[in-house]
Design a protein around this ligand. Sequence first.
Ligand code: MN
Length: 272
Amino acid sequence: LVAEDNPINQTLATITLQQAGHAVTVAGDGRAAVEAYQEGSFDVILMDIQMPELDGFEATAEIRKLEQGKTERIPIIALTAHAMKGDRERCLAAGMDGYVSKPIDVEELKAELAKVVGEEEEAAPAEAVTEEAPEAPAEEAVVEQAPPEPEAASEEAEPEESLLDKEGLLRRAAGSWQVVEMVCAQLLDTIPNSLEAIAGAVRDKDGTRLKKEAHTYKGMVANFGAKSVAELAAQLEHHPVGEKPEEAEAILEKLRARSARLQEAVANLKPD
Ligand code: MN
């Protein structure tokens, strides 16, 4: 069960789990996660921390409460955007069993899954399901890296890799170009509304909303290795917009401009 509110993270977590041989159900918020847990039978839950309705800590608390008196205890792995010290401890203290930071690193997630689920009965069913994901072309695609093109670098004001990390994205998409195309379409679909939500919070000088919207945006573009865009979003996430609205406006303008370049780069992304 994947409990995650961001559609791009949903897609990437789903493909990673499918490749590891799991069948996946997605819940879009904490309340839906608790309901899915009650209705279904799952061997592990990936639990995003920041979600609407119930956050990951609250949803975990409800599930642990529902489990009382039962013999089985479902492993829960936290998905968190914070890479801060103490986060792991906080997740474990809240009744979770593992912890993976976002953007999700495929190997890290697999290692954490192996740790909390254990592989003894996983191996056999895994092979049947992974058939749909061809291994060989995926690996070729990752290995055959074209060297950075000099003409592209000279045209751009900043190095291409800080705008978009194609290699990293393909890796997060489990080597599937089809998945890359899917999440690129999702990103292009989401950017305008997300930017409007951020702009609205800046306009209203609403620090709480700005923090939430900028955080969501940062997490979304991080999957694409869009460091320069994520950095600006991080500045807004922690910005005292109530005190310095003009400064926030200026950062927002930069974010808009750089996001436009990211959109262009994503729209023109092609396989090697
Ligand atoms: Mn979230």
